[in-house]
Design a protein around this ligand. Sequence first.
Ligand code: 13P
Length: 248
Amino acid sequence: MRKAIIAGNWKMNKTPSEGVKLVEELKPLVANADCEVVVCVPATNIYAVGQAIKGSNIKLGAENVHWAESGAFTGEISADMLLELGVEYVIIGHSERRQYFGETDETVNKRTLTALKKGLTPIVCVGETLEEREGNKTEEVLKVQLTEGLKGIEDLTKIVIAYEPVWAIGTGKTATSEQANETIGFIRKTLGELFCEKCAAQVQIQYGGSMKPGNAKELMAMEEIDGGLIGGAALKAEDFAGIVNYNK
Ligand code: 13P
């Protein structure tokens, strides 16, 4: 049985004090969650939020990590910097990074391998654009993202995959639970071919894209869907908790 994992992706939202306020509100609301609860926060919030969630069941995540150990990479953050602040998870290859910051399958792969080597759990994002879905290219696109992005990984069960159809992010358009389940099933099948069936059956695959308290239960009931990567709804304690407690 795969354990569900609900992670918030705060993106470029919340100052450190606003972030602390949010997790203070969140702590009691998610204290009895059956799933893993993660907040992936802006780099500037990692320290303060990390302090605030100490002793709670909320785990700390970052939104990016560089592949190099250290060095002349202005504006980037290393795995060691994250680890020292208690970070356990890191989002890699979010579609916004691919769209606006030149992230490619190759850089996703380098970041993922470094995160794994350092003991961080990468949340690797994949997903197709509207044009690609309408052109019947979804499976082809995902296969390339998975093949190239996950190349060289030794233990697939150490990563989390987030399937985020780009057309469903921040648009209010959710993939139907059947669409999400079917595509995640395809991702799992592909991972079985690329790695091994047993590890593909174990890897947690999240859905992301306009997930809310109102649709979480239906999405989470689907066999292939093991969690959610939540954008907008992660910015309000009540909404995020409503998703985390989807089964209550
Ligand atoms: P929304 O939940 O705002 O659609 O964002 C999804 C997302 O991009 C999470 O990484």
